[in-house]
Design a protein around this ligand. Structure first.
Ligand SMILES: [Zn+2]
Ligand SMILES: [Zn+2]
Length: 236
């Protein structure tokens, strides 16, 4: 079967939106969105058969049930979800609705194609929503360790945001004795500063064996400057 015969078969399975049609051929050609691929196939079919190319409203698509028309909406929800957290690099992941994944396999079967021909709905979702998040926030996608990760649960209609820690590296010179590197909680009172109802004798009620440590001097400042919620100090 030629690609146009296949496309005609796919399009004939019921209303299939441009993106869902084009996604079957996501690995063909470059620089196109799947919606452009789908639309182009319909135009080519229209030319071949000399009819007006079919237009399918995304909302009517039996494969994605309209989800391919919601990239902008999901991107805006990501931006809302992250609030005022500053970030430069992000990543978008998608949990696809099981029904949509089943429909994708069914669609391909109808034309005798592999169940995973082209690309998966969730791959396109990651990319299309990701591009939009980047544009809206002037940030870059990062597949390694991004500052922020968005998980779109399409069936659950929710966005989960994970803000990864920022690392601050520093060195210091030890000019004085008796300032330990990390906090040193009192072992007699487990850092509570109390022994029963009484202040702890061992640490004088402070909960620490030393009043100052590099960690206690540095971590709160960094936490404050970076508007953080929690600081962990690792001394080496
Ligand atoms: Zn669709
Ligand atoms: Zn103590």
């Amino acid at each position: 079967m030629s690609i146009l015969d296949e496309a005609a078969t796919l399009a004939g399975t019921g209303p299939v939106c441009d993106a869902c049609l084009g996604r079957v051929y996501a690995d063909r050609s470059f620089g196109l969105t799947n919606a452009e691929r789908g639309r182009s196939l319909r135009v080519a079919l229209g030319l071949e058969t000399d009819v007006e190319p079919e237009s399918v409203d995304v909302a009517d698509c039996w494969v994605c049930e309209g989800e391919s028309g919601r990239f902008d909406e999901w991107a805006e929800r990501c931006v809302d979800a992250v609030g005022d957290v500053e970030f430069e690099r992000y990543q978008v992941g998608t949990r696809a609705p099981p029904l949509v994944e089943e429909n994708e396999a069914l669609l391909r079967e109808e034309a005798g194609l592999d169940a995973d021909a082209g690309e998966a709905f969730k791959s396109e979702f990651n990319r299309e929503v990701g591009k939009r998040v980047g544009r809206l926030t002037d940030t870059e996608v990062d597949f390694g360790r991004p500052d922020v990760q968005f998980l779109l649960d399409v069936a659950d209609d929710s966005v989960e945001t994970t803000v990864n820690s920022a690392f601050v590296y520093g060195r210091y010179r030890k000019l004085e004795r008796d300032i330990p590197q990390t906090e040193w909680p009192c072992r007699e009172c487990d850092g509570s500063g109390r022994q029963g109802r009484q202040p702890c004798d061992h640490c004088g009620g402070s909960g620490y064996l030393y009043d100052r440590s590099v960690e206690q001097l540095v971590a709160p400042v960094v936490l404050d400057v970076m508007d953080g919620t929690e600081a962990l100090f690792h001394g080496a």
